[in-house]
Design a protein. Structure first.
Length: 649
């Protein structure tokens, strides 16, 4: 394909989006094909394929089996933590998924009901997601690194009555025991649970005591008839269930993500639009054919995992690699390269932080050079800003183009990218390149006026967004409108700031809200401050993201104590509190006790100034600062704590 393919395709997608997406929708097996492509009658809400019916699971599995491709591998599973390797064919995936769908149906889960999936990286997690899709149930996968309180918030908000979980997951330094976490979470949930389905990992089953403990989790609930079911046994005993027709606009999943406040936002993903967009992206963006292998090293708990470990590769009929482990240390920095060689991976997708970890552990790229990477064509990086050093290092050790691309949980698939399929555009380091067909990207000033090239502003998308983007937030219409649609009428507000250059390349520079990005994980500093505020000695706090060479950003907390509180124990207690209440993934290691926080005269904490100062960057106190001497005290605290080097002059 040639470069002009991108320009022509992009122009066509914006000139006539209805015709453009009508064409792409032909790639889907509909039950009732869409007659209407886009419903804009409720603007600013737009719905794609409003009159169509479909089943995603059919498109992701049955369809390939019916086409005689059942013996092809759907999932290559490898766990560096247990040494397990398993190849699962489309026929095998169908057998398990259809029966787990039967199990869920037998447990009373009906179309539209919500099911929480809280699992480590095991194939059964994919089976669970697809089984929900098969019966039209709405899944909400919760990342395993979240603590019970976060899990409980999601169970309650989604009003899910069934949880699918596993006995354990494995991190390098410990085994994550899921069952006590699930028990602790359901103890916090007010509505009755119907069932807990437990995948017993081959290395670790569920004991009778654990079974009983999960039942006891429900003891405080009147009329509760919770069942604890072991997944393999239930699948064995269940009758397979056929795919259930759902409307294209019905929700496929809710994925909670961080926003400005402590309450996670439940991003809704529709079914039909998402399928059309993902299927098309596999060809145009990722340049992968159905005979090839895609490896996305992320976690199914994040949107990258939903879209490019599970749904897009399977909709396209590819083999998807699912990996439990880290890029380094499990056991070494060669594990990813050996997998790329073993499975003949064409497209590898991960977060820049993984490459920073590889670069640190194996600066000469010895492992990559030892591996046979002849099938490998493109490396994709997303989830956080890609720094030029890391991209160039990755290029030099792999010899393949490195494609930085920008998107979010909300959008479901890439908004700005380079193109393995449509033709590679010249790479400009620091930019994820140009808007993906369907996405009309603008950079706006505070008044919502489009800014000229080179000027930094809020990155926004002109409505309607293409299929796949969120149609709303679960049971939070007001928040959806306020957060995304009201600031700039006619646009979706991304929450990122950046600029376009003269050639139309986008540069994504920073968040405009209190979200930070730690090792590709999106975290809310507001949520962390709420946790710190719950400590009895803490009067107020500010959490900011500071630059980190490995993880991109790391959280740093400043706390002001209540009068007469002893300070010695507080930092340690705050760190523990964060792990207990948000989870290890919050990665808060440093808590500094200060006398005061820098504020404006109207009382707003100057978090941006704190973040810059703690990262050793130049900062300017705004003229509205209440008392500038506070900054000197904060600087001394940062130097004393070793966060900042002492000034030598
Ligand atoms: N379940 C339970 N705990 C988890 C977890 C999970 N699924 N994933 C991570 N954690 C824990 C880790 O064990 C760690 O705990 P610790 O503080 O006791 O060591 C903590 O959460 C922070 O984890 P992480 O941010 O992953 O850091 P790490 O030091 O374990 O690994 C990297 C660093 C760079 C190797 C790792 O972050 C990585 O591979 N990132 C890839 C990026 C990625 O997948 N991003 C997703 C979006 S694309
Ligand atoms: P998430 O919703 O967890 O996928 O996080 C999305 C956020 O990560 C975006 O809003 C950006 O802030 C950041 N992000 C993702 N990809 C990139 C990228 N390629 N460059 C810069 N920032 C990115």
């Amino acid at each position: 394909m040639t470069l002009s393919n991108y320009a022509a395709t992009y122009a066509q997608s914006l000139a006539d989006p209805i015709e453009f997406w009508r064409q792409q929708a032909l790639a889907i097996d509909w039950i009732e094909a869409p007659q209407q492509i886009l419903d804009s009658s409720q603007t600013p809400i737009h719905r794609w394929f409003p009159d169509a019916t479909v089943n995603l699971c059919h498109n992701a599995i049955d369809r390939h089996v019916h086409a005689g491709r059942g013996e092809r591998v759907a999932l290559h599973y490898a766990s560096a933590m247990t040494g397990t390797q398993r190849d699962i064919t489309y026929s095998e995936l169908l057998a398990d998924t259809a029966r787990l769908a039967g199990v869920l149906h037998g447990l009373g889960v009906a179309k539209g009901d919500r099911v929480i999936i809280y699992m480590p990286m095991v194939p059964e997690c994919v089976v669970a997601m697809l089984a929900c899709a098969r019966i039209g149930a709405v899944h909400s996968v919760v990342f395993g690194g979240f603590a019970p309180r976060e899990l409980a918030t999601r169970i309650s908000h989604a009003e899910a009555s069934v949880i699918i979980t596993a006995t354990c997951g494995y991190e390098p330094n410990r085994t994550i025991e899921y069952l006590p976490l699930v028990k602790a979470a359901i103890d916090l949930v007010a509505h009755p649970m119907r069932a807990i389905v437990v995948h017993e990992r081959p290395e670790r089953g569920m004991s009778d005591q654990e079974h009983a403990m999960l039942l006891r989790g429900q003891a405080n609930m009147k009329n509760s008839t919770v069942e604890v079911v072991t997944m393999a046994e239930a699948i064995e005993a269940a009758a397979p269930m056929a795919p259930v027709p759902v409307r294209a606009t019905d929700p496929l999943y809710i994925l909670y993500t961080s926003g400005t406040t402590g309450d996670p936002k439940g991003v809704i993903r529709d079914t039909g639009g998402y399928m059309v967009a993902l299927k098309w992206s596999m060809e145009a963006v990722f340049g992968v054919t159905p005979d090839e292998v895609m490896f996305t090293a992320s976690d199914v708990g994040w949107v990258v995992g939903h879209s490019y470990i599970v749904y897009a590769p399977l909709l396209h009929g590819c083999a998807s690699v699912m990996y439990e482990g880290k890029p380094v240390g499990t056991p070494d920095a060669g594990v990813l390269w050996r997998m790329i060689e073993r499975y003949k991976v064409a497209s590898f997708f991960t977060a820049p932080t993984a490459f920073r970890a590889l670069k640190r552990a194996d600066p000469d790229g010895t492992f990559a050079k030892q591996a046979d990477l002849s099938a490998f064509r493109h490396l994709f990086l997303a989830g956080e800003r890609s720094d030029t050093d890391t991209i160039q290092w990755a290029e030099s050790i792999t010899g393949v183009p490195v494609i930085d691309h920008w998107w979010q949980t909300e959008t479901g698939w890439p908004m700005v990218s380079n193109y393995a399929g449509l033709g590679l555009l010249p790479i400009k380091y620091g930019s994820p390149t140009k808007p993906v067909p369907g996405w009309d990207i603008a950079v706006l000033d505070d008044a919502g006026k489009a800014l000229p090239a080179g000027e930094m502003g809020e990155i926004a998308v002109r409505l309607p967004m293409p299929p796949g983007a969120l149609p709303g937030l679960w049971r939070a219409d007001d928040r959806f409108h306020k957060t995304y649609l009201e600031t700039f009428p006619g646009y979706y507000r991304s929450g990122d700031a950046g600029y376009l250059d003269d050639d139309g390349y986008l540069y994504v520079m920073a968040r405009t809200d209190d979200v930070i990005n730690v090792a590709g994980h999106r975290l809310s500093t507001g949520a962390m401050e709420e946790v710190l505020g719950g400590h009895p000695a803490v009067a107020e706090s500010a959490v900011v993201g500071i630059d980190d060479a490995l993880k991109g950003q790391m959280p740093l907390a400043f706390v002001v104590l209540k009068r007469d509180s002893a300070s010695d124990q507080v930092p340690g207690e705050c760190v523990k509190r964060m792990r207990d209440q948000i989870g290890a993934v919050a990665a808060l290691k440093t808590v500094l006790v200060v006398d005061r926080l820098p504020k404006t005269r109207s009382g707003k904490i100057l978090r941006a100034v704190l973040a810059k100062m703690a990262s050793g960057k130049a900062y300017k106190a705004p003229p509205t600062i209440e008392d500038e001497t506070v900054l000197d005290d904060i600087r001394s605290t940062l130097v004393d704590a070793g966060v900042l080097a002492a000034e030598t002059d």
